[in-house]
Every structure is written in C-alpha cells, then in structure tokens.
Ligand binder design. Structure first.
Ligand code: ATP
Ligand code: MG
Length: 328
C-alpha cells in the first residue's frame, strides 16, 4: 500500500513560504518595467533638492498596474537620501475630506496639538512646519476626494513642494476647480498596462518568494499569468496565486496543479456569487454595498463593532473583494 499518501501534505506543512509577498500592499524590493516612470517622478521632485519648487504631476492609468507601488518606491528612496524633504502619503479613499486629510498630515509630520483646532488652524500649523523644509505630497485615489479646498491651501501656503495626484480615472481632474487646476499646473504621466511577458515576470517574482520551491506546477502558473494579462490587473494575479495555493492546501496536495488554478480562475469569473465568499468577506461586502456613501474608516468601525479586528485585515478583505471585482 506504499505511496498512497505520498502527495498528501502533513498537518503542519504548508505550500506557502512567505505569503506576505502576495499581499496587495506588500512593497517588493524591485519594481521592474516601471523604471521610466520612476525616473519621471524623481525628476519632478528633483528641484526640491535645490530648494526650488517641484513639478506637480498627474499619474493615471487603469487599476492594478503599479501606480501606487511605483510612487511609494520612489518616495522610499527619497527618504533614504535626505531628511530635508518631508514625504506625505494620503489615500483619499480613506481620508476623503479636507479635515481628515489635514489630520492625517498632522499625524505624518508628528504634529500632536490637534485638539480644539479647526481645519484652517491645523493647516497653518502644518504649513509652518513644512515650510522649514520642503515636501512631496501624494494624493492617491484622489478622485475619491470630496472637496479640494486642502489643495488650494497647500498650493497657496507651501513654498517648496511637489504634489502627486494619482488616479485610475483621469477624467476626474475635470471636477477640480479651474482656479486650483491653474495653480497645480499638472504635468502628466500615463501608466499603460503590462505586456504578457512583463505580467509573467512580475508574478513569477512574487510567486518565487511566496511559495516553497517547486510546489507551483508550471502549467498552473502559465494559466494564471495568461488570465492576469487578459484582466490587465496584477492584483488579480496575486489573488489567483494565493487562491490556488489555498485550494491546493485544502486538498492537502503537495503541489499546486493546473486544476487548482482553474478553480481559482473560475472564482474570479463568477465572483458576485456570494456563496464562494468566506464569512468575514461576506460581511465586509454587505457593509460596502449597504453603505455606498460611507468611507472605509467608517465601514471599518461598523465591521469591527467594538471587537478586536485589525484595520489591516479589513483592508486585505476590501482589496481582495476589489481584485475579484465584487466591489469597485
Ligand atoms: N512592476 C511591478 N513589480 C512588482 N509588483 C508590481 C508591479 N506592478 C504592480 N505590482 C503589484 O501589483 C499590485 C497592484 O499595484 P498597485 O497597487 O501599484 O496598482 P495601482 O496602479 O495603484 O492600482 P489602483 O488604481 O487600483 O490603485 C501591487 O500589489 C503591486 O505590488
Ligand atoms: Mg493605487
């Protein structure tokens, strides 16, 4: 009877080695195929090194093609280079009003005396601090911003800055008032989807870090790479890699086989079928759908409802739902 259980994974074994490499927010050491874009962003920031005003930039392109990760990579390098340039990153999907953005900026630059101050007071404090140095400020997902008055204030009051506006909906700049637009004087940088070889290489790198060596069968990986290219969204590829691994582990398989990748791919195809969602995912999906007017932080409050659930886990679920097209 030897061999019957050869391909069965033991209870304490896992196909995953470093699963965090599949997290959407994980920042890989290298961001291949976006070198030109990284140089372009760096060039907009460069004048700040000579104590001059930087160039403001609109970064646009479809979802899941490296806009955010690229910006964060450039900013990380910048922070390694100098302490004279403050780096501020705002996700407008989380902070959608000028007040919330202002609080977030205070937090990021270490200003703590926020009690009893209104937005205007806080902006005065912020600009005093920033004007001792200079700043790169990123407004990611800026199309989710509900009012643009913070932009006006920052543009008027900060001497040396570089503002990066990131979106997958380039048309949303039309909502910004002409007076602000003219002050922003945005340069533009488009991100185009990756070609099939690029998609494959990006996913290969993430896979090789995330999984135990040689557990991912080649035909399973090829299917995922092909599907990801069709969907033009790297996040979906990361989802498929992880999901295939989970499905294989559920079967206690020692390898991730083509059939596992096929099941994962099918999940993406009919994701709005709530049946395949896990309990927590269902809960988040329902909250998102029932509260379209609420921002993510408020939905997180509803979700955890006093329990000890981390925002990070919540964000992972939201990203997963977004990747699988269950929510926008
Ligand atoms: N060139 C790359 N190398 C490695 N990973 C990449 C690359 N491009 C994208 N990714 C990964 O793909 C995922 C999606 O990328 P990112 O979050 O930057 O997308 P985005 O363009 O900002 O999308 P959205 O408009 O939806 O915010 C991330 O996990 C990111 O690490
Ligand atoms: Mg992004």
């Amino acid at each position: 009877m030897g061999g019957l259980f050869d391909n069965i994974l033991g209870g304490n074994e896992s196909l995953f080695l470093n699963p965090e490499h599949l997290d959407y927010g994980y920042r890989p050491k290298l961001i291949p195929f976006r070198e030109n874009q990284q140089f372009y962003i760096a060039n907009c920031i460069k004048p700040l090194f000579n104590r001059r005003d930087g160039k403001n930039l609109l970064i646009y392109g479809a979802q899941g093609i490296g806009k955010t990760v690229c910006c964060k990579h450039v900013l990380n390098e910048l922070q390694d280079q100098t302490d004279d340039i403050l780096v501020i990153y705002i996700n407008c999907w989380i902070d959608e009003t000028s007040y919330k953005i202002t609080l977030d900026i205070c937090n990021q630059i270490g200003y703590k005396w926020i009690a009893d101050k209104n937005t205007k007071d806080l902006i005065d404090e912020i600009t005093n601090i920033i004007n001792k140095k200079s700043a790169v400020i990123i407004f990611d997902e800026f199309d989710k911003m509900q009012d643009y008055s913070i932009l006006y204030a920052l543009l008027e009051k900060i001497y040396r800055k570089c503002i990066l506006m990131v979106t997958n909906d380039a048309g949303s700049v039309r909502r910004i008032e002409p007076r602000i637009m003219s002050r922003l004087n945005l340069d533009k940088l488009e991100f185009k989807p990756y070609n099939p070889d690029e998609v494959k290489e990006i996913l290969r790198m993430r896979k090789d870090y995330a999984f135990v060596k040689n557990v991912f069968e080649n035909d399973a990986f090829e299917l995922i790479a092909k599907k990801t290219f069709e969907l033009k969204d790297i996040r979906k590829g990361l989802f498929l890699l992880e999901e295939s691994g989970n499905i294989a582990e559920e079967e206690s398989s020692r390898k991730i086989l083509l059939k596992h990748a096929e099941i994962a791919t099918k999940k993406i195809d009919d994701f709005d079928d709530e049946k395949i969602l896990e309990g927590e995912e269902k809960k988040v999906l329902r909250l998102l759908k029932e509260n379209p007017e609420k921002n993510l932080k408020d939905i997180y409050e509803l979700y955890k409802a006093g329990e000890n659930k981390s925002f990070r886990t919540f964000q992972r679920i939201v990203s997963k739902l977004r990747a699988a097209k269950a929510v926008k």
